[in-house]
Design a binder for this molecule. Structure first.
Ligand SMILES: [Zn+2]
Length: 160
């Protein structure tokens, strides 16, 4: 049985949330807020407290390091603007799922460690990283599916 006790934010509540993770970009805020109305509100709270989102523009930009302190970062591509509503929603939720699951980056070691690896050691390390990466992708997609199912259940219940 699906748990339908989740709480959700309305669009305006996410968009105007004082800790919204798109700190400097209104367009990105608009795109992500739509998707976040389908993510349980306690996960959105965690996201806003512990993660930031930026969009990679053509222009160079500078972000002082205090902005990122102790926070995860989601970097969206400008291509998101060309996506359909559904594709945007999928992409945003997928990246948020990586955050929620506290996934690691592809190479979860510093450069020094990686550079010290010899031929076969590197192959093994690469293979291991690749397999973790693939597992994480599947896990993120599963999480998005679960969120969407739960949200649909909740919506149906609300409309009864
Ligand atoms: Zn991914």
């Amino acid at each position: 049985m699906v748990d339908t006790s989740e709480q959700y934010y309305f669009f305006d509540e996410v968009f105007f949330h004082e800790e919204n993770f798109c700190f400097d970009n209104e367009m990105l805020r608009e795109i992500t807020s739509r998707a976040l109305t389908k993510v349980p509100s306690k996960i959105v709270d965690d996201l806003f407290n512990n993660c930031l989102a930026i969009i990679q523009e053509n222009d160079a930009s500078y972000y002082p390091n205090h902005i990122f302190k102790n926070k995860s970062l989601i970097v969206f591509s400008e291509k998101i603007k060309e996506f359909s509503k559904e594709e945007r929603e999928d992409l945003v939720m997928h990246e948020v799922a990586h955050f929620h699951l506290r996934h690691k980056s592809f190479f979860d070691k510093d450069n020094e460690y990686i550079q010290a690896l010899k031929g076969e050691e590197f192959s093994a390390f690469y293979k291991e990283s690749m397999s973790r990466f693939e597992k994480q992708e599947v896990e993120a997609d599963k999480t998005v599916k679960l969120w969407l199912d739960k949200y649909e259940q909740w919506r149906k219940k609300e409309n009864d």
